[in-house]
Design a protein around this ligand. Structure first.
Ligand SMILES: Nc1ncnc2c1ncn2[C@@H]1O[C@H](COP(=O)(O)OP(=O)(O)OP(=O)(O)O)[C@@H](O)[C@H]1O
Ligand SMILES: [Mg+2]
Length: 132
């Protein structure tokens, strides 16, 4: 069964809330130590992208329970401008606003599964999973 937590994102303090709720859920699921920080950091990056590039959106946190397999799935979605070239956006150092351009590739690296879909003028959805 999936218990779901939604955090509306439109400000820096919302990013902190999403990070804290994600960390708390990861702890409930059974993550320990540095994995808690990895999950929280990946959440921060996709939440920050919402604020930086789309202004507002939401983070959805779900505990996964596939038989004996436990994990967390994090979805970041917005109705912002979208990403015209996802392959470029996933490159280290690519940024359209003089950022470091490490948010998306960093989040992908931290998580076990990473998927991004986006339509220009419609929005962006990032789905990431980490297994226990
Ligand atoms: N939710 C989003 N909506 C629209 N564009 C996005 C979104 N997330 C990322 N992008 C685009 O992808 C690019 C790369 O994102 P990434 O997080 O890697 O770097 P950044 O946000 O520019 O800088 P950094 O995260 O290092 O501060 C962004 O510059 C932006 O053009
Ligand atoms: Mg970013």
């Amino acid at each position: 069964m999936a218990s779901e937590t939604r955090v509306a994102i439109s400000s820096a303090s919302d990013i902190v809330t999403a990070r804290q709720k994600g960390r708390a859920l990861a702890m409930e699921i059974g993550f320990v130590g540095s994995d808690l920080t990895l999950v929280a950091t990946a959440i921060s990056e996709v939440a920050r992208n919402i604020v930086d590039h789309a202004k507002r959106g939401e983070i959805i946190l779900i505990a996964l329970n596939h038989g004996a397999r436990h994990g967390i799935v994090i979805t970041a979605r917005d109705d912002g401008p979208g990403i015209p070239d996802i392959a470029r956006a996933m490159e280290y150092g690519y940024s359209t606003r003089k950022g470091l351009g490490v948010g998306l590739p960093g989040a992908k690296w931290l998580m076990d599964e990473f998927d991004i879909s986006s339509r220009v003028g419609q929005g962006t959805t990032v789905t990431m999973k980490k297994w226990l």
